[in-house]
Ligand binder design. Structure first.
Ligand SMILES: Cc1cc2nc3c(=O)[nH]c(=O)nc-3n(C[C@H](O)[C@H](O)[C@H](O)COP(=O)(O)OP(=O)(O)OC[C@H]3O[C@@H](n4cnc5c(N)ncnc54)[C@H](O)[C@@H]3O)c2cc1C
Length: 536
């Protein structure tokens, strides 16, 4: 297990699973180290994956497995781990609460399944000379195809905003309100989900009402990264080591050659182990990637440099609230995790365009969770509502006395006021209260190890490689230098696809590789790209 491989990837969420799979599919030896367990899903069972751990979607599993770790500076050591096989990590930082998850497949189990590029065009322009919107477009197309992103009809979303507001003067309900693209297996006949077996022998169930939510999708209806990427890459040699928590990375230079030693706590055995590779991709999710790099530099002293590490950290302007429908006639939890965009009809065209990105998101299946009756009732009779947008991205993440210190000042970002005002208007127009706490909570932390043009501007270059650490890469949301202003998973996925390709090209150059693989996006000419898209 501790033998040297071409590439070690830390984390198996969108950043890790996609970069690792791309490199393994190109014929290189890749090992993924993931702290979370394989989940007990129908697809994982169909592939005979051992050591599967239940999702927290039912009964007491909700109470024992919903939370893995709580992080706060007032806790001894800065965190308390409740259950190493738990699903969510919750960080209460200064000015910001943060949610992230822990599984083989990372955030693809926790997320709402919205698959979309940034809502504002031009995200990748002006970041680094090697990156542009045009270059990244191919990566978005590729990852969205593999995630199976498709647009559901309103019949697939029982509590769809478009259906509910079809006669509303206040809320948009027409196609101009925007069609959702989602990574779910939708039933051919809405409301009649079937179990299917794919050509690769993977069993899944189509999505039913109130399933596939923020606590995971045991039936595999919400496409997890295992189905979209990992199984196929595993057949080509990708090694996935579950329940292996990376503690530190050390750079070792011998006779002019650099390699990295990755120290791990193996939660299966309780032992500490070391893995070695010349190329390491860090993709532990923003908070854990920053913690790992900061600890490796400032605590363990195994890495140096990175003067911009922990700077330009942002929340993507996320702001959550509860929309108190008090609907006694419909069960709002019997829907998809996202019901649609909430856009007000404005008096002028400009007022309509210039609105924060807001979605409605019910929590499916509260009745299965053994919650107090009044909480389950609130979740059945109401929904969550979430806004996203451009924050100042001026937070900092640092290590103080060994504890992770997140310092974020929401008052510096006008977006939170704009979202709150918009939610007040929505509440007024619909006559249903929207309740929130002032401190924002983000499910989309970004940045802190940002892409930049040079070491004074960022931590990684346009290829994802850390400026002063050859062979060390960041392929997850920590590298994103701007707020996505919408759901970010496809932007992380496209970035990881790009980083994976850069690593493949480097490995091929280093190995003076003679075997030709299918051409990579970066190597295709414009003409070849058009031909490939026409064929594909
Ligand atoms: C409730 C919720 C709903 C969301 N809904 C949407 C949505 O609808 N659409 C959308 O686009 N985005 C959504 N997101 C955001 C999306 O999930 C993230 O943007 C995405 O997962 C980030 O990818 P990542 O690779 O950076 O990190 P992750 O996907 O979080 O993966 C990081 C992985 O690294 C592992 N890890 C952490 N530390 C270590 C360590 N020390 N050693 C080994 N492994 C480690 C973690 O266990 C995890 O599996 C949602 C997120 C949440 C929490």
């Amino acid at each position: 297990m501790t033998s040297e491989v071409d590439v070690i990837v830390i984390g198996s969420g969108f950043g890790g699973a996609i970069s690792a799979s791309r490199i393994a599919e190109a014929g290189f030896k890749v090992r993924v180290l993931e702290r979370g367990p394989w989940r007990d899903s129908i697809p994982n069972a169909s592939q005979d994956i051992p050591n599967r751990v239940p999702f927290p979607t039912e009964g007491w599993h909700f109470w024992t497995k919903a939370v893995r770790t709580l992080r706060n500076n007032k806790l001894p050591g800065g965190r308390i781990t409740l259950n190493k096989k738990g699903f969510y990590e919750v960080l209460i930082g200064k000015g910001l609460n943060i949610l992230c998850s822990s599984n083989v497949g990372g955030g693809s189990h926790a997320y709402g399944g919205l698959n979309m590029p940034p809502p504002m065009p031009g995200y990748w322009d002006d970041i680094d000379s090697g990156l542009s919107e045009d270059r990244m477009a191919g990566h978005y197309a590729e990852v969205m195809k593999r995630m199976g992103a498709s647009t559901p009809s309103d019949e697939h979303i029982p509590q769809s905003i478009r259906k509910r507001f079809s006669h509303s003067d206040a809320i948009h309900s027409g196609p101009e309100a925007g069609a959702l693209q989602m990574g779910f297996l939708f039933p051919e006949e809405p409301g009649q989900p079937r179990e299917i077996t794919t050509e690769d022998g993977v069993r899944r169930r189509e999505i039913g009402c109130g399933e596939g939510g923020f606590l995971g999708s045991p039936d595999g209806a919400k496409t997890p990264l295992e189905v979209a990427y990992l199984y196929r890459a595993m057949q080509q040699g990708l090694e996935i080591c579950d329940q292996q928590e990376v503690l530190a990375i050390r750079k070792e230079t011998k006779a002019g050659e650099t390699r990295y030693c990755v120290n791990v706590e193996n939660h299966h055995t309780g032992q500490f182990e070391s893995h070695y590779a010349k190329h390491v991709i860090v993709a532990a999710g923003t908070v854990n990637t920053l913690h790992l790099l900061l600890h490796s530099r400032d605590g363990d002293k195994g890495l140096g440099g990175m003067p911009q590490l922990g700077k330009k950290f942002g929340s993507n302007g996320d702001y959550f609230a509860y929309w108190d429908w008090q609907d006694r006639f419909h069960d709002m939890s019997q829907s998809l995790p996202v019901n649609g965009y909430v856009r007000l009809k404005g008096e002028t065209e400009a007022a309509e365009v210039d609105q924060p990105f807001i979605i409605e998101a019910p929590l499916p299946c509260p009745d299965k969770l053994r919650l107090p009756g009044w909480v389950a009732k609130k979740l059945r009779q109401g929904t969550f509502i979430a806004g996203m947008g451009k924050d100042a991205m001026d937070g900092t993440v640092s290590l103080k006395k060994g504890k992770l210190n997140v310092d974020y000042k929401p008052e510096n970002s006008s977006i939170f006021g704009e979202i709150r005002e918009q939610m007040d208007r929505i509440a007024e127009k619909t006559g249903k209260r929207i309740l929130s706490i002032k401190r924002p909570t983000t499910a989309h932390p970004l940045g802190g190890a940002c892409i930049g043009r040079n070491i004074d501007e960022g931590v990684v270059d346009g290829k994802g490689e850390v400026f002063d650490h050859p062979g060390l890469y960041v392929a997850d949301a920590a590298a994103l230098p701007k707020p996505v202003e919408g759901p970010p998973s496809m932007t992380v996925a496209a970035w990881a696809n790009h980083v994976g390709e850069q690593v493949i090209m480097k490995l091929r150059r280093e190995n003076s590789d003679s075997f030709r693989q299918p051409l990579l996006l970066q190597e295709l000419s414009e003409k070849q790209l058009i031909e490939r898209d026409e064929i594909g």
